[in-house]
Design a protein around this ligand. Structure first.
Ligand SMILES: Cc1cc2nc3c(=O)[nH]c(=O)nc-3n(C[C@H](O)[C@H](O)[C@H](O)COP(=O)(O)OP(=O)(O)OC[C@H]3O[C@@H](n4cnc5c(N)ncnc54)[C@H](O)[C@@H]3O)c2cc1C
Length: 381
């Protein structure tokens, strides 16, 4: 592995950082007391991603014919790191560019590619992810939402839960069962669902992790044309496995955690707390975890840049990111004490982030199960 950044990638980062410093002034994401998932934030994201698209910085890694500029996976990842450091100003768009678009590029018909990819590349649409259901989170293969063929259409009925940004989304990347009940992964298909289709109802769920927008999505006799099916019927599980491999490292959490750590060190230093060897040790451990996560994620991006198929390295990288995020969250609480409880403080924000880190995109425990089985070769049970 080559550890140094190429000249082009380093120059790109410098240009990007200058641009973001000028564009994202002040506490842009919380200026009125709201944050990720709120209406104000979402509106900001919409205008911001359009500007990024104009500069060619929304989907640089996509093929030119679908609105990209054929840049390397690394350049896309530099973008991800710098965005995540700043609280992800792309909002839900980070999902579109990381895995929704690539899944359509890989499995979509030419008609789907031509109609769905350019609006993503121009920053005009939001997508959400309709995977989880009340009885199907970790055990996703047990999902019950049904899609039944009726002539040239499918009729969908069921319920999704924890659907981030469904309230603002134009489309949903939706999983539904097309095989018989109990067919597990062999009977699941992916549908590209316009959210304004009759029969789709979105209900907001308030949550502990801050203003993050969670929703339930109810589907009642939703009729979709056959052309809304992505890939072949009942082949959804293969699409999901690949998609999740992209999603697992889609949010470079270590980049933000390392920045918070710097802020905490400044906070602790100004209060003389860094003289304590115990505190120093905690800072050292947290920094090491951030760095380990960074390098493990880079191994995954290296695979991607070399056009290799996703491998189990993504589980390792994601587990390491969760550890880093949690270590910085715990440290913030330890060092800041009751001041970390103040809403919007460094400690408060980091702790809330770390709560969701080990659940979204597949739980931490499940990543460990997969590492033990697929990397260490241990038995399943
Ligand atoms: C911030 C955030 C955003 C999200 N956004 C979306 C979204 O946009 N779309 C969407 O579809 N979903 C979304 N989710 C849902 C997320 O994918 C699920 O919460 C997750 O898959 C876990 O499912 P569950 O909540 O049903 O928990 P469960 O599956 O019930 O798990 C509960 C606990 O049991 C543990 N556990 C379960 N099975 C095992 C096992 N075999 N071995 C060891 N431990 C196990 C888990 O690790 C977890 O700690 C989001 C979640 C969060 C936190």
């Amino acid at each position: 592995m080559e550890f140094a950044w190429s000249k082009e990638d380093a120059a790109f980062r410098t240009e990007l950082v200058d641009y973001l410093d000028a564009e994202l002034t002040g506490d842009w994401s919380r200026s009125d007391g709201t944050g990720l998932g709120s209406a104000v934030y979402t509106e900001f994201s919409k205008s911001f991603v359009r500007k990024l698209a104009t500069k060619g910085w929304l989907t640089p890694h996509w093929p030119q014919e679908y609105g990209g500029s054929g840049q390397s996976a690394w350049q896309h990842f530099v973008l991800g790191e710098e965005m995540w450091k700043r609280g992800e100003p792309r909002g839900p768009q980070y999902m579109n560019v990381n895995w929704v678009g690539p899944a359509i590029i890989k499995y979509g018909t030419e008609e789907q590619k031509q109609s769905l990819l350019p609006p993503i590349a121009r920053g005009e649409v939001f997508w959400c992810q309709g995977f989880s259901e009340p009885e199907a989170g970790t055990d996703l293969a047990s999902l019950k939402t049904r899609a039944v063929r009726d002539g040239d259409e499918y009729v969908l009925n069921g319920q999704k839960i924890w659907t981030s940004y469904a309230n603002a989304a134009d489309y949903c990347f939706l999983l539904a069962r097309t095989g018989p009940p109990g067919s597990r992964g062999d009977g699941i298909s992916v549908f590209l669902l316009p959210m304004d289709t009759p029969g789709v109802e979105v209900r907001r769920i308030d949550c502990l992790v801050g203003e993050h927008s969670f929703n339930e999505v109810f589907l009642t006799d939703v009729r979709l044309p056959h052309s809304a099916l992505l890939g072949e019927e009942n082949n959804g599980w293969n699409i999901v496995r690949r998609t999740l491999a992209y999603e697992r490292v889609g949010a470079p959490r270590y980049a933000r955690a390392a920045l918070v750590l710097d802020g905490l060190a400044e906070w602790a230093g100004s209060r003389g707390l860094l003289d304590d060897p115990g505190v120093q040790e905690q800072f050292g451990e947290a920094r090491t975890l951030c760095e380990a996560a960074r390098v493990l994620v880079y191994r995954v991006i290296d695979e991607r840049a070399k056009q290799k198929e996703p491998s189990p390295l993504a589980y390792q990288a994601r587990a390491a990111m969760v550890q880093a995020e949690r270590a910085v969250g715990d440290l913030a609480l330890d060092v800041m004490g009751s001041e970390a409880l103040v809403e919007g403080s460094l400690g408060d924000a980091q702790f809330r982030n770390s709560l969701g880190a080990g659940i979204a995109a597949g739980s931490y425990e499940v990543q460990l199960n997969l590492i033990s089985r697929l990397i260490l070769g241990m038995p399943k049970d």
